[in-house]
Design a protein around this ligand. Structure first.
Ligand code: NAG
Ligand code: NAG
Ligand code: NAG
Ligand code: NAG
Ligand code: NAG
Length: 459
């Protein structure tokens, strides 16, 4: 009975040794492949060279299927005209030198180091910088029993992207991403494309496609294209991915567009608010200049985030239009200031059409040029001829009274004239205020509305 533990121990040792000796199927299969075995189940693998295109017949074309598995837009830089994105490309092709009997090894997919096998030298030819997260010497490829090789390339790409910002901030951009073998011609390696990716696929199980906080992912259209090298008549096949993203305009609307509009509205109120004291008008010019400066700063912000194209984007046009509105407002304010001053010092009289527009034709007598004439007439009015004793005294007294009366009359007229002028300039200010506010509203509606309608803001 005491032999039972020994037997158990013996069995354990035997089992352990047996386990160490036996290798897994995958190891065995890999050994068979890598050791260039004569094993008949691995067809054509003897003398595998990873720098030779894996086709049995030299004239055969090798087809590489390039598709996108995921993509996240990281940064879209309109000033630099580049788009950064991280994405996983799946490349799939048939290696005619590899195949094994599935039912013998009971294994469908095998992982092999990328450097053991031939892989197409694909590059994203439109990118200016690529950052692979796994070095190519560390990467594995999946090999199927029938010779299908599946390679996954995950990297952060910085891609060139032609941008059209005419309708900024309501714009959408399309960036072309081109991927294909760098040195094999169309006759050696041809590319085929995977399926298109729709916008609503952004978070489906098939992979992740997403924009960032500023850009919404709108979809990717794939197609096959080719480039030529005319010197040697080489044609290269490549797959084109047209990535479309749409800007979310809310940020620019709240941070730039609405503040600019409000600043202009307030500035126009400030420029044309009626004030009796014409000295205050100089303050208005300062107000206008300050507004112009702040608008110029906002325009600078827009300009900095744009490519330096010949055309100004929509938001830039809007800010520029607001700058013009404020500038013209300041000019009108200065004009009114000048006229008011001249009315006091150089007897400037408003022309009849101005009075008609301002509905002040009834007041023209207070402003008329012949006030002085009236005064002269009254001064030469009929006088009583004093005779007799003390006539000289009476005459003197009468003349003094006359001049006092004239003075009072003149003061009265001056007073009325001043009141009329204040009324006149009040009305002129009010008229200009209405004109400029309406004009500002029209400019805003015209520039913003037509694009606003195209892009719903409720996303
Ligand atoms: C694959 O292996 C199975 C079982 O070992 C065998 O029956 C079959 O004939 C083999 N197939 C080929 C194509 O060699
Ligand atoms: C193949 O593997 C499956 C699952 O691991 C197993 O159920 C099956 O029995 C295996 N067949 C052979 C022939 O080894
Ligand atoms: C390329 O691969 C994708 C995904 O594996 C597949 O949907 C597509 O049909 C393939 N294209 C061709 C032409 O085989
Ligand atoms: C995306 O939209 C299309 C039609 O617009 C529809 O057929 C498809 O099922 C949708 N896919 C997802 C993942 O919602
Ligand atoms: C390229 O091909 C064209 C027409 O196929 C031919 O006329 C031309 O000579 C070729 N050039 C070279 C360099 O082979």
């Amino acid at each position: 009975m005491s032999c039972i533990p020994y037997c158990f121990l013996l069995a354990l040792i035997c089992f352990g040794i047996g386990g160490a000796d036996g290798i897994t199927v995958a190891e065995q299969l890999k050994d068979v492949i890598m050791a260039e075995s004569e094993n008949s189940f691995i067809s054509n693998f003897k003398g595998y060279d990873n720098s030779i295109r894996p086709v049995v017949n030299e004239k055969d074309v090798l087809t590489v299927n390039i598709s996108l598995n995921s993509m996240s837009v990281l940064v879209l830089d309109p000033a630099e005209e580049t788009v950064s994105f991280s994405s996983e490309f799946i490349l799939q092709w048939q290696d005619e030198f590899i195949s094994w009997n599935k039912s013998e090894y009971n294994i469908t997919w095998l992982k092999l180091k990328e450097s053991f096998l031939w892989t197409p030298d694909t590059t994203v030819s439109t990118s200016i910088n690529t950052n692979y997260l796994i070095d190519s010497s560390e990467r594995y490829v999946s090999v199927k029993h029938d010779g299908t090789v599946r390679q996954s390339i995950y990297a952060v790409f910085v891609n060139l992207c032609d941008m059209n910002v005419d309708t900024f901030p309501y714009d959408s951009q399309t960036c072309m991403i081109k991927m294909g073998p760098w040195s094999y011609t169309k006759e050696e390696v041809t590319c085929v494309n995977g399926p298109d990716i729709a916008a609503n696929q952004s978070l489906s199980y098939e992979g992740e496609f997403q924009g960032n906080s500023e850009w919404d992912f709108e979809g990717i259209l794939t197609s096959v294209g080719q480039t030529e090298d005319p010197d040697v008549n080489f044609t290269f096949s490549e797959v084109h991915f047209a990535l479309t993203v749409k800007r979310r305009p809310q940020f620019y609307v709240w941070v730039l567009l609405i503040p600019t509009y409000i600043i202009t509205v307030v500035c126009i109120f400030g420029l044309f608010t009626s004030t009796a004291n014409h000295g205050l008008r100089e303050e208005r010019v300062n107000l206008g200049i300050t507004t112009l400066l702040s608008s110029a700063v906002i325009l600078q912000i827009v300009a900095n985030s744009m490519p330096k194209t010949s055309q100004l984007p929509l938001l830039g046009n809007f800010i520029l239009a607001e700058i013009f509105v404020v500038a013209i407002g300041v000019l009108f304010s200065v004009l009114v200031l000048t006229l008011h001053q001249r009315a006091h010092t150089r007897e400037w009289r408003p022309p009849a059409w101005m009075l008609w527009i301002l509905r002040m034709t009834g007041s023209s007598k207070f402003l008329s040029r012949n006030i002085t004439k009236i005064r002269h007439k009254s001064s030469t009015a009929e006088r009583i001829n004093y005779t007799g004793e003390g006539a000289y005294l009476f005459k003197n007294l009468d003349e003094s009274l006359q001049s006092v009366r004239e003075y009072i009359q003149e003061e009265d007229r001056d007073y009325f004239r001043e009141l009329t002028y204040i009324k006149f300039f009040d009305r002129l200010d009010f008229l200009l205020l209405v004109i400029f506010q309406v004009g500002n509203a029209l400019v805003t509606l015209f520039l913003v509305n037509k694009h606003y309608q195209k892009v719903p803001l409720n996303q």
